[in-house]
Design a protein around this ligand. Structure first.
Ligand code: ADP
Length: 604
């Protein structure tokens, strides 16, 4: 994984980025976290000092009322601190967590929408993005919490070390050295885990993919056919074995370093140092009962706080890594850009010697070569050809979802790169083959936004243009029927053809001047297809239309047809012209017509 190798400087810079980011949305959080940190540090210190005072007071026979007063002050401090802490945990943090989660996710979603489609072709970028989104609700809060913790542990350790140094400087020095050694060992363990995780990442990706396969409804039907399900289960088992193998490889290192760290940070301070303090108490008459109690409790506290500091420092390494991904994502600027927001109404398109290739694993895969064509307002043109010929890619270039590297696309005579992509795309509506229906009402799906009173006519007319009326009359709540069951038990599912019609209605409702329909009737039977195409042609009126179709019966209504083969236009003209040419189009049309005739005869 690129970007995982972050040095200390970068980790620190990332943590500050995280803090700044949190402060932007929840400015009070740092103050609350620091107050807790300082309050808790004082709580530990007060505890040690109180015990020391108490035992010394009992030993030297101090006035009982004075002890009672100190006890009351100690209890009052504890009560106030606990009240504050409960308010922090039960009221402040949950509220801040939701607010922060909302703001961070909203920023990440906004950013995701602004990025080029090409970003999704980079699997590493995509994985990091998914991870960043998934962790966003806990990570930023954890960073702030841990900043508070570090502050409290540092203050606490410094004071406790001071107290201990007064009681017994040797113990303080030995303890400090032990925990410092433990810290470096822990760092080693973290590194072993880090390398282990690096190796595990691709395996985890595989396991997560298979997990998605078995949980997402879109795979349910396919998984019930043939042997793919058994194959995937086999792959999952293989991945889990691989996972176990990686763990096994590092087992010896983890065991030995782990034992050494526990010995240095647990067993040695507990048994050795406590024993030493007790022996001093027995042998040294100047060593008071208070010194004994303060010595032992400081020892435990110091060991515990220093151990915690090393834990949090290691945690910050992990946070730094996470922030690195968020930062990389947030700092990625879309490459598809343009200044001019005022895009005039559509008059004409011209493609001049356009060539294009997708970037696939760092290599460019040529898809379109030397495409030139012109399109004027009101014209209806068709792209035809076999699968993979590059037709959809060309429409994606026209929509500027990708930018061309060679050649140019002119909109009203201007290079489309001059225009702000969002403003430019408002003039174009497209239905792609992989259109999506959202978990929202039918009306919202058509409008592509929230429904407001007064939208009804627009929705009905768009659905009419996409010949959806028959289905609409069956829907219990009409245009307000919820689609999909994601958000509502009453939601309905649509067939492939019906869903395609809703996607087409979306383009009609958008009132775009140029409409691109990629295989608009692929999910329909021939009668429904004829009906839909007639409706689209009628309702498109003077709109400009580019449609892609395999079924050549649809293309007869086009003013011009472009036949694609392996990324090139090999024939163009009207249906009659291309039939007269008797080339590849004519051949494809004849084969389809024969097949259609044979199907009809079979049906009788
Ligand atoms: P058509 O619409 O004519 O079926 P496409 O434009 O969808 O053809 O695809 C043309 C070629 O580009 C195909 O070989 C396809 O595999 C490839 N292709 C399409 N999208 C991508 C992508 N995002 N990354 C890499 N290759 C792609």
């Amino acid at each position: 994984m690129k970007g995982n190798k972050t040095g200390t400087k970068r980790v620190i810079s990332n943590i500050f980025f995280g803090i700044r980011y949190t402060l932007k949305f929840s400015p009070g959080f740092i103050a609350v976290a620091l107050t807790e940190g300082i309050g808790r540090a004082l709580w530990h210190i007060v505890q040690i000092l109180f015990l020391r005072y108490f035992f010394d007071a009992v030993e030297s026979g101090v006035d009982f009322r004075q002890i009672l007063f100190v006890l009351l002050a100690y209890t009052a401090y504890n009560a106030v601190f606990e009240l504050f802490n409960k308010w922090r945990l039960n009221v402040y943090v949950p509220r801040a967590r939701i607010k922060l989660h909302k703001c961070v996710q909203s920023e990440l979603y906004k950013k995701a929408r602004s990025l080029d489609l090409g970003s999704y072709d980079d699997p590493e970028f995509y994985n990091d993005f998914i991870w960043a989104i998934r962790e966003s609700d806990t990570r930023f809060i954890d960073i702030m919490d841990h900043v508070g913790m570090i502050v409290n542990r540092v203050i606490c350790s410094a004071v406790v070390l001071g107290v201990l140094a007064v009681i017994d400087p040797v113990v303080a020095a030995v303890l400090f050295a032990t925990v410092a050694a433990g810290f470096f060992i822990k760092k080693k363990i973290t590194k072993v885990w880090y390398d282990c995780n690096e190796e595990m990442n691709p395996v985890r990706r595989k396991i997560s993919y298979i997990n998605r396969l078995f949980t997402l409804p879109e795979y349910a039907a396919e998984l019930r056919q043939g042997g793919i399900s058994a194959h995937m289960r086999g792959q999952n088992n293989k991945a889990l074995d691989e996972y176990a193998g990686i763990l096994k490889k590092t087992r010896a290192k983890r065991y030995s370093w782990g034992f050494l760290s526990r010995f240095l940070m647990d067993t040695f301070p507990q048994a050795g140092i406590t024993g030493y303090i007790i022996i001093r108490f027995v042998l040294d008459p100047m060593f008071t009962l208070g010194d004994l109690s303060a010595g032992i409790s400081s020892c435990f506290k110091l060991f515990w706080t220093l151990d915690d500091i090393s834990n949090y420092v290691n945690k910050f390494n992990e946070h730094g890594l996470y922030i690195e991904k968020v930062r990389r994502f947030m700092e990625t600027e879309p490459k598809i850009r343009g200044e001019e927001k005022d895009v005039p109404g559509f008059e004409s398109f011209e493609l001049r010697n356009v060539s294009f290739g997708y970037n696939f694993g760092g290599e460019e895969k040529a898809v379109l070569s030397d495409i030139s064509l012109k399109l004027r307002r009101g014209e209806k043109i068709a792209f035809v050809g076999y699968n993979g010929a590059g037709k959809t890619t060309l429409t994606k270039l026209i929509m500027r979802l990708y930018d061309v590297e060679n050649g140019e696309i002119l909109y009203n005579g201007r290079n489309i790169k001059d225009f702000d992509p969002e403003s430019y795309r408002r003039h174009i509506g497209a239905v792609f083959q992989d259109y999506r229906i959202f978990a929202a009402s039918l009306a919202e799906n058509v409008l592509g936004r929230e429904f407001t009173p007064g939208d009804e006519e627009k929705v009905l007319s768009a659905l009419g243009a996409a010949s959806f009326e028959d289905k609409l009359s069956e829907l219990p709540e009409g245009i307000h029927t919820q689609l999909t069951t994601e958000f509502s038990d009453k939601g309905i599912g649509l067939s492939g053809g019906e869903a395609q019609k809703v996607a087409i209605a979306r383009v009609f409702a958008g009132e775009h001047e140029l409409m691109i329909l990629d295989e608009p009737s692929s999910a329909l039977d021939p009668v429904a297809e004829f009906e839909l195409n007639r409706s689209i042609a009628e309702n498109a009126g003077d709109k400009t239309l580019i449609f892609i179709s395999h079924r050549l019966s649809t293309t007869r209504m086009a003013d011009r047809i472009y036949m694609f083969e392996q990324g090139r236009i090999i024939e163009s003209g009207t249906h009659d012209e291309l039939m007269t040419q008797n080339g590849k189009y004519a051949h494809m049309y004849t084969v389809q017509a024969k097949k259609y005739l044979a199907d009809q005869l079979e049906k009788g």
